[in-house]
Design a protein around this ligand. Structure first.
Ligand code: PLP
Ligand code: COI
Length: 342
C-alpha cells in the first residue's frame, strides 16, 4: 500500500478509514521482555501462519486520539487509562502487559513522528491512535504464544457515525456480542468479530449500528457495538448501563464525572430496561471514535422509540459534548491529569 502524504489529505472531508502513514511504533516480546522497540516505517507485518492471534484470537487493541489545540499544540486525552485497560485485556488473554509509561511514551513518539497528519483545530477532526497486540510465532495447540508484537499506528479521522452531532437511528440486535463472564469487559478482537454480522444487518436496514441487550434475558441495554450507551432522564439524570459484559468506556467514565462535578447532574450506573425508554428525554452513544453521537430513535421489535428528536441534538447532550470536546481540544480546563501534551 502506498504511503499517504499529508499534503494529499483533505482534512475537511475525513471519514473513519485506514491510511498508511509514514511511521508506526513496534515492540517485540521475546524471552520474557520487550525488545527492538521503536519507530518503523513498514505497515505490513510478517508473522507465522501459526500465530495465536490468527487462529485463536489472542489479540487485543486500544483506541485513543490526538487533538490539535487552537494554538497549534497537540494533546492526548487520558492515555494512561487506555494503557491500564489494555493491561486488563492482556491479563484476560494471557498476554504480556505494556507498562503505562512505555505505552504513553510510545503513543507520543508515533504522534510526534506523524505530527503533520494531526488535523487542524476547528472542525472536530483528530488523529486516531490504534495500539494493538498480537500473539505471534508458531503455535498449533490451544495455549498462549511465547512471542508478541505490540504496534501503534495512527491516521486522521472524522466522524465515526455519519451524523456527527446530528442524531442517527439505532436498532437492537437479537445477537449477543459477549457473555457475562466472557470477554466483554476486555477490548479483544473476538468481541468485534462477533459484532460484525449484527452490525452489518443494522446497516443494511438503514441504522447506524445496533444496541446489544443483556445476554441473559435480552431485557436490559448493554451497549452499542463500538460505544457505550447513555440516557438523560426527564429529571436530568445521566444514566448508563452497568453490566459485566460491556467495555468500560473511558469516555463514559469521563462523562459521569463531568455530568456530576461540572454540570451538577445526578448520575447513575444501573439497569436500563429496553421496555422503559420513556424515562429518557435524550440518549446517545459515547466512545473515543463515537465521541458523543446522539441517538435519534432506537428500534426494538419493529417499533421506533424516538428520544429527543430524529434531526436535532438535545440540549443536555450538546452541553456534555461541548464540555468534553472543549477539554479534549484544549479550550476548557479539565480535571488534573486528563490532558497530556505531546
Ligand atoms: N464499547 C465498545 C464496544 C467500544 O469498542 C468502545 C471504543 O473504544 C467503547 C465502548 C468506548 O470506549 P472508550 O470511551 O474508552 O473509547
Ligand atoms: C474506539 O472508539 O476507539 C473504538 O475502538 C471503536 C471502534 C472503532 C472499534
Amino acid at each position: 500500500m502506498a504511503k499517504v502524504k499529508a499534503t494529499d489529505v483533505d482534512f475537511n472531508n475525513l471519514s473513519f478509514d485506514y491510511m498508511d502513514l509514514p511511521y508506526r511504533y513496534q515492540a517485540y516480546w521475546k524471552d520474557g521482555k520487550w525488545q527492538d522497540a521503536g519507530l518503523v516505517e513498514e505497515s505490513d507485518v510478517c508473522i507465522s501462519e501459526g500465530s495465536t492471534a490468527l487462529h485463536y484470537g489472542q489479540s487485543d487493541f486500544e483506541g485513543l486520539k490526538a487533538y490539535r489545540t487552537k494554538d497549534g499544540t497537540i494533546q492526548l486525552f487520558r492515555p494512561d487509562q487506555n494503557a491500564v485497560r489494555m493491561q486488563h485485556s492482556c491479563e484476560r488473554l494471557l498476554m504480556p502487559q505494556v507498562p503505562t509509561d512505555m505505552f504513553v511514551d510510545a503513543v507520543k513518539q508515533v504522534v510526534k513522528a506523524n505530527a503533520d497528519f494531526v488535523p487542524p483545530y476547528g472542525n472536530g477532526a483528530t488523529l486516531y491512535i490504534r495500539p494493538v497486540m498480537w500473539g505471534v510465532g508458531g503455535v498449533i495447540g490451544v495455549h498462549p504464544a511465547d512471542e508478541y508484537l505490540f504496534r501503534i499506528f495512527v491516521m486522521p479521522v472524522g466522524n465515526y457515525f455519519k451524523g456527527g452531532l446530528t442524531p442517527t437511528n439505532f436498532t437492537t440486535s437479537e445477537y449477543d456480542r459477549a457473555a457475562h463472564k466472557g470477554t466483554g469487559q476486555s477490548k479483544v478482537g473476538g468481541n468485534y468479530a462477533a459484532s460484525l454480522m449484527p452490525g452489518e444487518q443494522a446497516h443494511q436496514h438503514g441504522f447506524s449500528d445496533c444496541v446489544y441487550l443483556d445476554p441473559i434475558n435480552h431485557q436490559k441495554i448493554e451497549e452499542v457495538g463500538s460505544a457505550n450507551f447513555f440516557g438523560i432522564t426527564k429529571d436530568d439524570k445521566f444514566v448508563t448501563p452497568k453490566s459485566p459484559s460491556i467495555l468500560p468506556s473511558i469516555t463514559k467514565y469521563s462523562l459521569l464525572y463531568l455530568a456530576e462535578h461540572e454540570l451538577g447532574m445526578e448520575t447513575e450506573q444501573g439497569d436500563v430496561y429496553i421496555d422503559d425508554l420513556d424515562r429518557f428525554k435524550e440518549a446517545g452513544a459515547c466512545g473515543t471514535a463515537a465521541v458523543i453521537s446522539p441517538i435519534g430513535g432506537l428500534e426494538h421489535n419493529g417499533k421506533l422509540h424516538v428520544f429527543y428528536s430524529e434531526t436535532e441534538v438535545g440540549p443536555v447532550t450538546r452541553k456534555l459534548y461541548d464540555l468534553l470536546t472543549g477539554i479534549q481540544f484544549g479550550d476548557v480546563k479539565g480535571p488534573e491529569g486528563w490532558v497530556v501534551k505531546v
